[in-house]
Write a protein that binds this ligand. Structure first.
Ligand code: GLN
Length: 252
């Protein structure tokens, strides 16, 4: 084991875990440990108070409208302040689908419920009756190399249409599928070291370069240098083959 360590906080692991979203945390742990970097993973459920100093990286997965409603009070009371501080201090945060929506200002569900969210990011969500479902693909702006886009492949299933305010950038642009709202071609959100996406699948094992981007940023923030860049790359032969297969299927 090396001297490096990342502490991962998994918010609401029991409530927000659609389409294998927990696989993202497993993937982060695996990719760290394969490099000899210690990974400490802790779940924070309902009633548990989040202390941002305890974590280097936070993850929050997706849920249905019902679950998002159930945990709202707890999020406001026990997690909100800490999430705002973590974001401000440039900690890495990955949020998927329902977890992504919760970081925004509000969600008006298709059947008329208005849920006030934690307002950590300048965005809001409005539900529509027909769900947006299917395998999809989008470019990831943070991984563009010499003009060549990196395609993220994933699976979306949401009723919520998310609209970004001026303070956040999209994570990328839709090549195939709906993304944020099926209207403006954007997908996900990016603000400081917060990365949000509608991509289930789970997202990180299907897109290993994106997984490493999050790890690299968290290590850089903690140790003040490009720790990952000093290490040999992992053998991602199988992951890359699976990624290319989906990329081709989706027209990339
Ligand atoms: N409840 C949200 C929606 O339907 C999120 C769903 C999800 O996380 N897949 O829009």
């Amino acid at each position: 084991m090396s001297e490096f360590e990342l502490r991962i906080g998994h918010l609401y692991p029991d409530v927000l875990n659609l389409y294998g979203d927990t696989g993202n945390v497993i993937c982060l742990r695996q990719r760290l440990e394969r490099r000899g970097i210690r990974a400490e993973v802790r779940g924070l459920g309902m009633g548990e108070v989040l202390h941002p100093d305890d974590f280097d990286l936070l993850f929050i997965g997706g849920g249905q409208d019902f679950e998002q409603d159930v945990l709202l009070q707890d999020a406001a009371r026990n997690k909100r302040e800490a999430i705002l501080r973590a974001i401000d201090e440039e900690k890495v945060l990955l949020a998927i689908c329902g977890g992504y929506q919760i970081l925004g200002n509000y969600y008006k569900t298709w059947d008329g419920h208005e849920l006030e969210y934690i307002g950590a990011l300048d965005l809001y969500t409005v539900g529509k009756k027909e769900r947006m479902i299917g395998n999809y693909m989008f470019t990831c702006d943070a991984l563009k190399e010499e003009g060549t886009p990196y395609h993220i492949v994933g699976f979306e299933n949401h009723s919520g249409m998310t609209y970004l305010g001026e303070k956040v950038a999209p994570l990328g642009h839709v090549v195939k599928g709906n993304g944020n709202n099926g209207e403006d071609g954007t997908e996900g959100a990016h603000y400081k070291n917060v990365f949000c996406s509608y991509s289930h699948g789970p997202m990180l094992p299907k897109n290993p370069r994106f997984a490493d981007l999050l790890i690299a940023k968290a290590l850089e923030r903690k140790y003040g240098r490009d720790v990952l860049g000093e290490m040999p790359p992992l053998d991602d032969t199988l992951e890359i083959r699976a990624h290319r297969y989906m990329e081709k299927r989706l027209g990339g």
